[in-house]
Write a protein that binds this ligand. Sequence first.
Ligand code: FES
Length: 108
Amino acid sequence: MTFVPPGGAPITVSAPTGANLLRVAMAYGVSGLVAECGGDAVCGTCHVFVSGIEPQQLGATSEAEDELLDDAAEPRRANSRLACQLAVPAAPGPLVVTVAAEQWRTLR
Ligand code: FES
């Protein structure tokens, strides 16, 4: 799977199935993720766009995640998710996780 930081080069990583996507990104030094709340799904500053995988492979969006994405600094897209709420799927092969360039406006 690959992370794409804002304005940066793609970073291809490997991580075990079930690993938290935010933690994986942090471990590999992926820039652009603020993650102000540390992964508790209350800040919305780990906004990413996922592609290259069927959405159901990443599980459903919770109500809390859904609300935070509605208020994200960078406008929500159909493939928006919060990295802290995602786990590495069993077959992540072509998964691409692009970090939203704007993360801060949700902090009010
Ligand atoms: Fe705060 Fe993901 S780190 S919502």
